[in-house]
Design a protein. Structure first.
Length: 174
């Protein structure tokens, strides 16, 4: 009986787990704070891996199946590490009508990745969204959270190809 009440330890000794613990503490370790806790894990570690899902389930006393269900239901949560840069192609109605599928196809062909994947060099992750709320600027892509309005396949590819050079430049400045 005592083991059933034991508090599971964090998956690693990483001190960043304190941030996650603080989110749980704010929610009084209630199952109702699951989404807030998952946000804290993702913001802190970049994704929700199996160990973090198990930890959250145990600490909040929620079935692992429910934690996994929440993590996979909401588009915001990522179960795999993302690249240094993230490109989100909007597939909402306005963007779709204005050829956003061509944007997606161009990126998949140029970088050899499909939606939801990351390049082998971990530089770029490609995602899609049903609508980013910038319909008047269609077709739209988001690059690291910045809205890129009126994209063509060529303009988006040019912007994405420039990323490694920009990253190298930033690293050289450090």
């Amino acid at each position: 009986m005592r083991d059933l009440l034991a508090v599971p330890p964090p998956p690693t000794e990483d001190k960043r787990w304190r941030i996650v613990e603080a989110a749980m503490r704010r929610g009084a370790y209630s199952p109702n704070c699951l989404i807030e806790t998952l946000h804290a894990v993702q913001e802190t570690f970049g994704c929700l891996d199996e160990a973090s899902l198990r930890f959250c389930a145990g600490r909040l006393r929620v079935p692992l199946s429910k934690v996994y269900g929440v993590a996979t239901f909401y588009h915001h949560f990522q179960l795999k590490p993302q690249g240094r840069h993230t490109c989100v192609v909007c597939l909402g109605t306005a963007c779709y009508i204005r050829n956003s599928p061509r944007l997606l196809k161009a990126v998949t062909q140029e970088f050899g990745i499909e939606e939801g994947q990351t390049t082998e060099d971990k530089n770029l992750s490609l995602l899609t969204a049903r609508c980013v709320g910038a319909c008047s600027l269609a077709p739209v892509a988001l690059l690291d959270g910045q809205t890129l309005p009126g994209q063509t396949p060529e303009s988006l590819i040019e912007r994405l190809k420039a990323l490694p050079a920009e990253e190298t430049k930033r690293e050289a400045e450090k």
